[in-house]
Design a protein around this ligand. Sequence first.
Ligand code: IMP
Ligand code: MG
Length: 189
Amino acid sequence: MSEPPKFPYEFIGEILITPEEIEKRVNSLGEQITNDYRDSNKLILMGLLRGSVMFITDLMRKIHRPLTMDFMSVSSYTGSESSGFIRIDSDHKTNIRDWDVILIDDIVDSGYTIYTIRKLLLDRQPRSLKVCALLDKVSKHKVEIGIDYCGFEIPDYFVVGYGLDIDEKGRNLPYIASVDLEKYQSVLT
Ligand code: IMP
Ligand code: MG
């Protein structure tokens, strides 16, 4: 079988994080979480759809504790810039009362998503609640949030791959790459 093309999308800028780097970091996050939750038998990973799917499925295989998972689907009200208004499109099914919850997202930008969902989950009285994000655009935060487990800090690029998308494209890439926004616009028009 021939090698797949390196850039299946025209708008890829550069590869920022390789599959090997992702794997290594996910392994060590898994180790850290395994260790931190060694006394817990009620651990639940709460993933935010759809960007965190690839991350959560890799990460859970590296957590050597009993655990369950659930998902919420959330979106920002407007455009590509976060508005601060977070809409719950689909809520989780599990009763998280007295559970140790780890909220998992693909990327933190303004921080509004994590800030809002964290508050909502706390109202549901988990035993504990921590936040895990694969990527963090530290310079873009608009609200103060604590990220307990962070994969990589990245500069202010729009990125795709390993679950992350631009208008639903790019999720299947095995690496994290920047989007060449000029090229992206010209492909659209
Ligand atoms: P926040 O609420 O501004 O922190 O935005 C977080 C959400 O915006 C993430 O869950 C992503 O869905 C989306 N997002 C922010 N930056 C990027 C990016 O560079 N690529 C893909 N999605 C992004
Ligand atoms: Mg998201």
